[in-house]
Design a protein around this ligand. Sequence first.
Ligand code: L3W
Ligand code: SF4
Length: 441
Amino acid sequence: MSKKLLLKDAHVEGIRYFDVYRKQGGYEALEKALKMTPEEILEEVKTSGLRGRGGAGFPTGLKWSFLAKPEGVPRHLVVNADESEPGTFKDRYLMEFLPHLLIEGMLISSYCLGSNTSYIYIRGEYSWIPDILEEAIEEARNAGFLGKNILGTGFDCEIYVQRGAGAYICGEETALLESLEGKRGNPRLKPPFPAVKGLWERPTVVNNVESIAAVVPIINITGAEYAKIGVGKSTGTKLISACGNINKPGVYEIDMTITVEEFIYSDEYCGGIKDGKRLKACIPGGSSVPIVPANLLLRTINGEPRYMNYESLADGGFATGTMMGSGGFIVLDEDQCVVEHTMTLARFYAHESCGQCTPCREGTPWMYKILKKIENGEGTMADIDLLWDIQRKIEGNTICPLGDAAAWPVAAAIRHFRDEFEWHVKNPELAKTQNYGLANY
Ligand code: L3W
Ligand code: SF4
């Protein structure tokens, strides 16, 4: 049974509301934190080993320690709730069912960072969630936990919810800041990082919803206790949104010591592959991370079991491993066609490219065009090689990670499933009428 820190009270009826949340021990971490110094809180977060839960896994305490503190310049905390990565829906779950956990985490983090005005930037498609968050903000304010002179400590903090307009690129932190400033969501060149020049050129920490929610249990149990959960540099718990061809799609909290096999097949989590079919492949960290075939998913290249944590999932690099990413766990059964799947993703990235840099602007629709040709039985062997070349020229040559995110799924699909691409070329008539998975796997 996995240890629960974030979702331990998710089943409690009415936990969305202040009174119930408070009865379950809510806001005790904030009360504790306000008796500590900001430096002591930072130490707890560093000791916890918490890593950014949005996709990059960057150490949260280290990011906080980069925050510039020039005299007289306001600082900000911005929560990235623009959860748009295909397959990722864990932050939605947190905000919908446990809004006070996020608000409490934000208040603690804001106190630590010296932010008196903090923001939640939420994707436009989550149209019903801002109301839930705003209601929680008002409840916290009425109880004296938010606003002016919180609990008589002299600390002021306002939290605002800003809706995005449905662009994936606004999940990239600097595009998010541009959008929050009322401009088009174009990513900025880094450095400078937001910690030095962020919102309105002020020092800003941008963190994912789950990262900020995790600050609450860290303060409650201490950073040292949090660090004992998990393994190595994968400390604490991680939310995984599982979807695809599994019996039990949903959001699960895992402690990162379980194997991928256990996660897929045990009844506590995914409950196995739907309709008793065979597992074909998986994209374990949201659509941007490399797809891995079943054999490399369950075991590393050395035959070791693969675990649900940052290091084990990446074991072997991109050639034989993948990434934890945002924890969007997409499972494909034997009937699925990898070419079709990759084409669908390529269409998504081409549509979402902001168009600022040439390799991404030109390369993403080009990859989609070629994949569509191959999927429709109109491709050639040379097209497969061309596709490989294009993705290589995008990777590492763009302003923001969307370019890489578009290139990696194509690279991994060709690397691991080249025979499937070739089948489409060699069997054009079948490719036109049949799904590769159903016909061949
Ligand atoms: C100050 C330095 N700050 C790094 C900060 C930086 C950022 C964080 C991580 O992309 C990935 C992307 C998606 N001084 C710093 C510094 N920082 N060096 O650390 O930075 P970075 O550039 O490694 O990542 P990123 O730009 O945050 C995130 C991948 O995650 N992804 C997720 C996609 C979407 C969602 C979603 O919908 N929720 O997660 C999935 O894999 O492809 O590679 O804050 O400022 N020297
Ligand atoms: Fe825009 Fe793509 Fe360049 Fe990112 S990589 S800045 S999305 S064109």
